[in-house]
Design a protein around this ligand. Structure first.
Ligand code: IMP
Ligand code: MG
Length: 179
């Protein structure tokens, strides 16, 4: 697994600083409120685990599984919900937590579904964003780091379900792409 990362884009230290900043923004905006974090599996779970431990209000968590990707590095443009959240969000403050916003297709579909359930508020927190690849505009209320148009792995992000365990974010070495 040594050369699977062609180039480190974001180090563990930079990730930690980014998570701290996002958490303080959320702590400031939701002071005195309770929130539900809705993570999109599987990619967001590492980020969400770090983020939630820096939050100071009462936090509950839930997860959805929504996919627009197979084992490929290009979005199929289709969204398929495999797992919904298990609780009502009506009247609750909800923050969707996502690993990366690429085309925006997954997120705009998820926002639409959750908005229809009448939460008190609905915001989006994304660790990474690739603005160059946006197809559907999405408002990212809490944005970690903007990255260039490259396929990245690590810190929860996979290629073909592998490499989520790499602690930094790096560009996938093209020699590991099999399409
Ligand atoms: P979107 O609907 O195109 O915005 O897709 C977002 C989803 O695609 C993310 O939740 C990731 O699972 C996946 N994805 C997009 N870009 C990357 C990448 O560079 N590395 C790993 N997964 C990615
Ligand atoms: Mg994902």
């Amino acid at each position: 697994m040594t050369d699977v990362v062609e180039k480190v884009l974001i180090s563990e230290e930079e990730i930690a600083a980014c998570v701290d900043r996002l958490a303080s923004e959320i702590n400031r905006d939701y002071e005195g409120k309770e929130i539900i974090l809705v993570g999109l599996l599987k990619g967001s779970f590492v980020f969400m685990g770090d983020l939630m431990r820096k939050l100071s209000m009462p936090v509950s968590i839930d997860f959805m599984i929504v996919s627009s990707y197979g084992g490929r590095t290009v979005s199929s443009g289709e969204v398929n919900m495999k797992k919904d959240i298990g609780e009502s969000i009506e009247g609750k403050h909800v923050i969707i937590v996502e690993d990366i916003i690429d085309s925006g297709i997954t997120l705009s579909a998820v926002m639409e579904i959750l908005r229809g359930r009448n939460p008190a508020s609905l915001r989006l927190c994304a660790f990474l964003s690739k603005p160059a690849r946006r197809v559907k505009e999405v408002q990212i209320d809490y944005l970690g780091i903007e990255i260039p148009d490259a396929f990245v792995i690590g810190y929860g992000l996979d290629y073909d379900e592998k490499y989520r365990n790499i602690p930094c974010v790096g560009i996938l070495n093209p020699k590991y792409i099999n399409e």
